[in-house]
Ligand binder design. Structure first.
Ligand code: GTP
Ligand code: MG
Length: 193
């Protein structure tokens, strides 16, 4: 994908009505701090259009990034963020669920898992939910630069087993630092759109 233009198209909070964008959407889900906003920046060739942070819980709204005025990359709030109250967690959960359930033009949901860690119960729930809703899940194993090359296959296998991922489901190792995996992810996005 050649990036000609990017902008923040819509921002939706707990009380907002979700927009009907009328264009293909690709959503990015995953635990807080896993690297969703960093991945979106890397895909858009931007350093900081999507706000990132070392502190988990940075993205608290659903942010729609408009790419080339033809499709949207959708940054979802992370789950599993310990520092917010149960009632706020529940509201975010409902917001994410309502988005995934109601978007008319959502083409795929990419689930991000830190390549260093085994998937959590929340990751598994999210994965099952994506599949159940009829989307073909794609797993991105993030922070690839944090492990040795010799560990990659082993970690990918652990993620595959932890989520009980079908053989045909791709797991793409990715680093926002080196941009490794970026082109492969764009190829998939273009196929889905
Ligand atoms: P929330 O918005 O809180 O849900 O987090 P997020 O999933 O959007 O994570 P974000 O992109 O803000 O990244 C969290 C932290 O991880 C930041 O400090 C990033 O710089 C760092 N990070 C993200 N991706 C990578 C990566 O590929 N490699 C390394 N080394 N650090 C990364
Ligand atoms: Mg974020």
């Amino acid at each position: 994908m050649i990036i000609k233009q990017v902008s923040l198209g819509f921002v939706c909070g707990i009380t907002s009505t979700l927009p009907d964008t009328g264009q293909p959407e690709i959503a990015f889900a995953g635990k807080s701090n896993v690297g969703k906003s960093s991945l979106i920046n890397a895909l858009m060739n931007r350093k900081a259009l999507a706000r990132t942070s070392g502190q988990p819980g940075k993205t608290q709204t659903i942010n729609y990034y408009h790419v080339n005025e033809e499709m949207y990359l959708v940054d979802l709030p992370g789950y599993g963020y310990a520092k917010v109250s149960e009632s706020v967690k529940e509201k975010w959960g409902n917001m994410i669920e309502s988005y995934l359930h109601s978007s008319q033009t959502l083409k795929a949901v990419f689930l991000l898992i830190d390549i260093r860690h085994d998937p959590s119960a929340n990751d598994k729930t999210m994965y099952d939910w994506i599949s159940y809703q009829g989307y073909q899940p794609v797993i991105i194993a993030t922070k690839l630069d944090k492990i040795k090359r010799s560990q990659i296959q082993k970690q990918v296998k652990r993620i595959r087993e932890g989520l009980d991922v079908a053989e045909k489901t791709p797991i793409i190792p990715f680093s926002a630092q080196t941009k490794q995996g970026r082109d492969e992810i764009w190829d998939l996005i273009e196929e889905f759109c």
